[in-house]
Design a protein around this ligand. Structure first.
Ligand code: B12
Ligand code: SF4
Length: 543
């Protein structure tokens, strides 16, 4: 489809003026599913887009396919009911294929629907994507908030798409890549993310943290990461008071006690951190929160304040135990700095997750051994949790763009395999097989630690029991969501006990677990049984 035919279609579908004289347009935003192992959290980017579109009086909905049992029928049902003019999907590299399939179905359903894709993967493969995926009309590159507003306006008014900065589209079968979208200077000018359009009760039931962002951008330039290209190297900060207002709303109104602050590096500017922490303490918020940080941007005063304000987990990207590799990847830290930073965080009473990457440029058996040793040293000394990822050279990263120079051999271009858990690249001195040996040993240690934790929990360790229970709950709720348990079993006027029995059978879990978890879902207000027009008996639904 050409851009001309896109806007023709948009202007010919039935739109009605609203009471402010705006033309109403319907935009459906889709959260593309990804595996449970990735630890699902609410899609903050989509909530931002929905928030700004709603401010512009666009009729917008979010279809969260991560929290539903995805089927083509479910998607078609939504398309039939809402009749969107534009469908936009978000994805990262590993779920790009799934997003593409979803948009293809939308295009097949109604070829006049404009299909749009955005997020950290699509942003860096825009031209290629437009040329190959003929069912995708537009790619939004980088920060999408202002872009999506201008795009909807251009499509409605029939103005030239070439005027919309930050998109790529198709004209006469060829990709047109527009100028990049300038970054939003004042993040406080954005409306709050439209979290009310997300299936909040499902995320609450899953006991995952809600996501918040307090700044965009990262001043560093690690060669394996696309963050600085996505949101820029200059960090733009939100007003701390507005951040705390938002966190308070998530806690008090949406009922979340855990927050994940998803800034690329939360601790870049101390006064910003201090102001947010002070705000949280002043309001006496009974929440815990986690952040991503770097060992060279912290100090004891900052960490103590964070701890006092409820921060309980800090994730540090240490990446490697080899100084040679740290220098090559432009991480700009030393292994001693890593040790020092971890000690500082532990001394402040924080839990620490140290993240390492194997297979970085220059990796060989010796450097990989140094990384494993550093991880074990930190665990033995401070009981620090650690994890290994494998280098996945994502689009938009220097290591992918200059793979040859860095001695990186890319083994596959199958994006679904870019989950950083299995090798998709290797160095000339460290093979995929050698990487897997380390990963297998690590996975073995993790599963042994889990068994040990379960044993200790049974012997009366209350804190460990709470972690085990949380794991059981999350596993149960995920099964329930991904198998559409409530939608399928909740319709027959069943009592709570009958529902629990049916769920236990369907999910293949014990009756005790099903009973306990269904009770919890009901008592926490995430599951309700209410009359529904047209139904003889009350129906169980997610709240
Ligand atoms: C929370 C998070 C997760 C969560 C949830 C992921 C999600 N999709 O939200 C979990 C824990 C599951 C996760 C897992 C992984 N993640 Co992660 N994660 C993040 C993190 C920290 C925050 C995401 C966020 O909410 N950002 C804030 C919002 C406002 O930005 P946004 O989502 O990018 O959305 C904006 C634009 O992208 C654009 N946009 C996005 N979607 C759309 C759609 C349309 C239609 C339009 C028009 C525009 C648009 O507009 C939005 C508003 O400006 C980012 C880093 C970061 N700070 O962004 C990494 C990041 C997204 N993760 C990354 C990676 C590599 C992973 C993993 C592979 C494992 C790993 N090693 O960490 C897995 C794979 C997961 C998956 N989804 O497939 C990379 C992605 C690189 C890539 N090319 O895919 C990032 C960018 C980190 C990085 N700097 O490298 N992650
Ligand atoms: S890895 Fe972290 S510090 Fe490095 S560029 Fe990415 S977000 Fe910034």
């Amino acid at each position: 489809m050409t851009d001309e035919s896109i806007w023709l279609r948009i202007t010919t579908v039935k739109s009605t003026p609203d009471d402010l004289g705006h033309m109403s347009k319907r935009v459906l935003l889709i959260n593309t599913p990804y595996p449970y192992e990735e630890c699902p959290v609410p899609p903050l980017g989509l909530a931002y887009l929905a928030g700004i579109l709603r401010r512009e009086k666009v009729d917008v909905r979010i279809l969260d396919l991560l929290m539903a049992r995805y089927s083509p029928e479910l998607l078609r049902k939504e398309l039939r009911e809402f009749q969107p003019h534009i469908v936009g999907a978000t994805c990262s590299t590993i779920n790009f294929k799934a997003a593409s399939r979803i948009l293809r179905l939308c295009k097949n359903f109604d070829s006049g629907m404009v299909t749009l894709i955005g997020g950290p993967h699509a942003s860096f493969v825009a031209a290629d994507l437009i040329e190959k995926a003929t069912w995708i009309d537009v790619v939004a590159m980088g920060e999408g908030d202002q872009t999506v507003v201008e795009l909807v306006k251009a499509l409605t008014d029939g103005t030239d798409l070439a005027q919309v900065a930050g998109i790529a589209f198709r004209r006469n079968g060829r990709a047109v890549v527009n100028a990049p979208r300038p970054l939003i200077k004042d993040l406080d000018s954005l409306p709050l993310p439209a979290r009310d359009l997300l299936p909040v009760s499902k995320y609450r039931a899953l006991r995952v943290p809600f996501t918040v962002i307090t700044s965009r951008g990262c001043p560093f330039g690690c060669i394996f990461c696309s963050a600085p290209k996505m949101f820029g190297r200059g960090v733009r900060y939100r007003n701390p008071k507005l951040v705390v207002d938002e966190i308070e709303m998530i806690h008090r109104e949406l009922g979340f006690n855990e927050i994940n602050i998803v800034d690329d590096t939360f601790t870049v500017k101390e006064p910003h951190v201090q102001a947010i922490c002070q705000g949280m303490r002043d309001r006496n918020l009974k929440i815990t929160w986690s952040v991503y940080s770097r060992v060279d941007t912290i100090n004891p005063r900052m960490l103590n304040t964070m701890r006092e304000a409820g921060c309980n987990w800090v994730c540090f990207g240490l990446e490697s135990g080899s100084q040679k590799i740290l220098d090559t990847i432009k991480k700009r830290i030393t292994t001693d700095k890593s040790r020092e930073g971890i000690k500082m965080a532990i001394d402040s009473g924080l839990n620490v997750l140290a993240s390492f990457i194997l297979g970085l440029p220059g990796e060989d058996p010796e450097t990989a051994g140094q990384t494993v040793s550093l991880a074990k040293e930190l665990f033995d000394t401070y009981k620090v949790s650690y994890g290994f990822h494998l280098l996945a050279p994502m689009p938009g990263t220097e290591v992918r763009e200059r793979a040859d120079e860095y001695g990186i051999r890319i083994l596959t271009h199958n994006w679904s395999r870019y989950n950083a858990n299995r090798p998709v690249a290797e160095t000339t001195t460290f093979s995929a097989g050698q990487m897997m040996d380390i990963v297998h040993a690590y996975e073995h240690d993790v599963s042994e630690a889990w068994v040990e934790m379960q044993k200790q929990a049974k012997c009366g360790d209350a804190a460990l029991q709470a972690r085990v229970d949380k794991g059981d709950t999350q596993g149960f709720v995920w099964k329930l969501l991904s198998q559409g348990g409530i939608e399928q079993l909740g319709k027959s006027g069943r009592s709570e006990a009958e529902l629990a029995m049916a769920v236990s059978q369907k999910l293949g879990v014990s009756k005790g677990l099903a009973k306990r978890e269904i009770r919890r879902l009901v008592s926490e207000g995430n599951l309700t049984c209410a009359p529904v027009p047209g139904e003889k008996h009350p129906v169980w639904k997610w709240a």
